[in-house]
Design a protein around this ligand. Structure first.
Ligand code: HEC
Ligand code: HEC
Ligand code: HEC
Ligand code: HEC
Length: 147
């Protein structure tokens, strides 16, 4: 093998290793299963929710930006490689009872509604679409699995 070829080959190998490292990093970012456990509520009345994050993204084929967003001029500009802030960083209104009676602006900032509107709305639509769906729509379906 002449030295030019060797050079090309090692460059190719380096490139593959480099790309591989990136794939691993990108993959690691999608955490598998974790508890959604927000810290802004003085005491949780229902407790944390065990969430199959990776399954939602991969097995249920839900794109990242259906759940993750950063709005600019009303448009979601968040992209998969961007950092993810916690929901509670932006939805920091803490009312957990009668939250639907809050003024519309505050409802948008309400953390309980942020979770429930995201998780429950999709599950309800899912169950309407396919009666055999196991997407939980009852309180215990999401909250009991926490302990
Ligand atoms: C069905 C909704 C949903 C989908 C789809 C989803 N995520 Fe998430 N993700 C969440 C929720 C909920 C959290 C927890 C947020 C919190 O606790 O405030 C989270 C947390 C994260 C975090 C922070 C985790 C940590 O280390 O604490 C990252 C990074 C992330 N998601 C990336 C992604 C990427 C990349 C995709 C697509 C491949 C994706 N998510 C798809 C709902 C989703
Ligand atoms: C960087 C700030 C930010 C983060 C982080 C964020 N949101 Fe939002 N979210 C917003 C803003 C701002 C709006 C309101 C957009 C508008 O005016 O319509 C919004 C709107 C929503 C809506 C639609 C309004 C409603 O209440 O029905 C839902 C649902 C929602 N967010 C859930 C979540 C969830 C769940 C998370 C965490 C996975 C999250 N958001 C993370 C800023 C954020
Ligand atoms: C865009 C749609 C969508 C969103 C948003 C969504 N889910 Fe799901 N979820 C599904 C589907 C689809 C299933 C699987 C139903 C089946 O297999 O029949 C599911 C199943 C589940 C299950 C039971 C099976 C499992 O994998 O654990 C739990 C618990 C769950 N989701 C919690 C959540 C929580 C908590 C959130 C919000 C942070 C959420 N989901 C947001 C679509 C969604
Ligand atoms: C599809 C999943 C899902 C369903 C169904 C659901 N929740 Fe939740 N709920 C969540 C998630 C996720 C959170 C955020 C948990 C956290 O951060 O600790 C939450 C938070 C809450 C909170 C605020 C935190 C606390 O523990 O005080 C209350 C109260 C609550 N839910 C009550 C209910 C009630 C009552 C029902 C039934 C009518 C219900 N939820 C159904 C997913 C769900």
């Amino acid at each position: 093998m002449n030295s030019r070829k060797t050079l090309t080959l090692s460059a190719a190998i380096a490139l593959i290793l480099f790309a591989g490292a990136f794939l691993v990093v990108a993959h690691d970012e999608v955490r598998d299963v974790f508890k959604i456990e927000s810290t802004i509520w003085p005491n949780e009345t229902r407790g944390p929710v065990l969430f199959t994050h990776k399954k939602h993204a991969e097995d249920y084929s839900i794109s990242c930006n259906e759940c993750h967003h950063v709005y600019e001029n009303g448009k979601n500009i968040w992209q998969e490689s961007d950092p993810v802030d916690r929901c509670q960083d932006c939805h920091f209104e803490t009312t957990v009872e009668g939250e639907r009676r809050l003024p519309p602006d505050l409802q948008k900032l309400n953390l309980k509604l942020a979770f429930h509107n995201l998780c429950q709305d999709c599950h309800r639509a899912e169950v309407r679409r396919d009666r055999a769906s196991t997407a939980p729509v009852t309180c215990g379906g999401c909250h009991s699995r926490s302990q």
